[in-house]
Design a protein around this ligand. Structure first.
Ligand SMILES: NC(=O)c1ccc[n+]([C@@H]2O[C@H](COP(=O)([O-])OP(=O)(O)OC[C@H]3O[C@@H](n4cnc5c(N)ncnc54)[C@H](OP(=O)(O)O)[C@@H]3O)[C@@H](O)[C@H]2O)c1
Length: 192
């Protein structure tokens, strides 16, 4: 069974985008930190992505990606990717076979997504509505965050709702030379 990982960057106050879906606070962030234990930022995403077998995303996240890539530059080429939407969304050229637009609950799609990911991770790209659907169903294994020291004061939340009774065990924490911090939590599948 694939491991389901919600891998995302978050502001210090728990938002993954502004209310109008702006990510400049993340993509243009230029902080620095040279204190004890600082790790170089480079390479972390590439290592994570290498271990991804399939992806799942909500439609707002998908449309943000489409708006920020050039034609034929689908960034997840070669990996099956489920886009959850009630609408008929366009697919970028060259990625027609990789992308599945699905109007379904994650519980209905999980077996297929997990089988496609195989012994690699099923990456929940975002956003909070999708992560919360996995969490509610007890199908979330790991939350892997890059915390950006920026306070947005509002926006699109990391999760859409509370997740009571689910223990989160910190398995990794390290500061980057940018001032961001990586945090990895294992999520108990059964209530703890
Ligand atoms: N900081 C980061 O690293 C990071 C990571 C990921 C995303 N983001 C950003 O965060 C924002 C997230 O946006 P968001 O909170 O609106 O979340 P989202 O999960 O990207 O999109 C939510 C939408 O997806 C559709 N949807 C979700 N579940 C569905 C289901 N089971 N069946 C059918 N449709 C479903 C619905 O829209 P429709 O049915 O109308 O299509 C819903 O309104 C975006 O701006 C994205 O770019 C940031």
């Amino acid at each position: 069974m694939a491991r389901t990982v919600y891998y995302s960057a978050t502001s210090l106050d728990g938002f993954i985008a502004t209310e109008d879906d702006n990510l400049d606070w993340l993509t243009k962030y230029r902080g620095s930190f040279s204190g004890a234990g600082a790790h170089p930022m480079k390479g972390g995403y590439d290592r994570f992505y290498e271990g991804v077998g399939a992806l799942v995303s909500g439609s707002t996240t998908y449309e943000w990606v489409l708006d920020h890539i050039g034609e034929g530059e689908w960034p997840y080429k070669g990996k099956p990717c489920w886009i959850l939407s009630s609408r008929d969304l366009r697919k970028p050229a060259g990625a027609e076979d990789d992308i599945r637009i699905s109007n379904a609950q994650v519980t209905e799609l999980y077996d297929e997504m997990s089988a496609a990911a195989g012994d690699r991770a099923l990456w929940i790209v975002g956003g909070g509505p999708v992560a919360s659907q996995f969490a509610d169903a007890g199908l979330l294994d790991e939350v892997s965050l890059t915390v950006v020291p920026v306070v947005l004061g509002g926006g699109k939340p990391l999760f859409s709702r509370a997740l009571p009774g689910r223990a989160m065990q910190l398995v990794e924490a390290h500061p980057y030379d940018t001032g961001m911090v990586g945090l990895r939590y294992e999520v108990a599948r059964a209530s703890a």
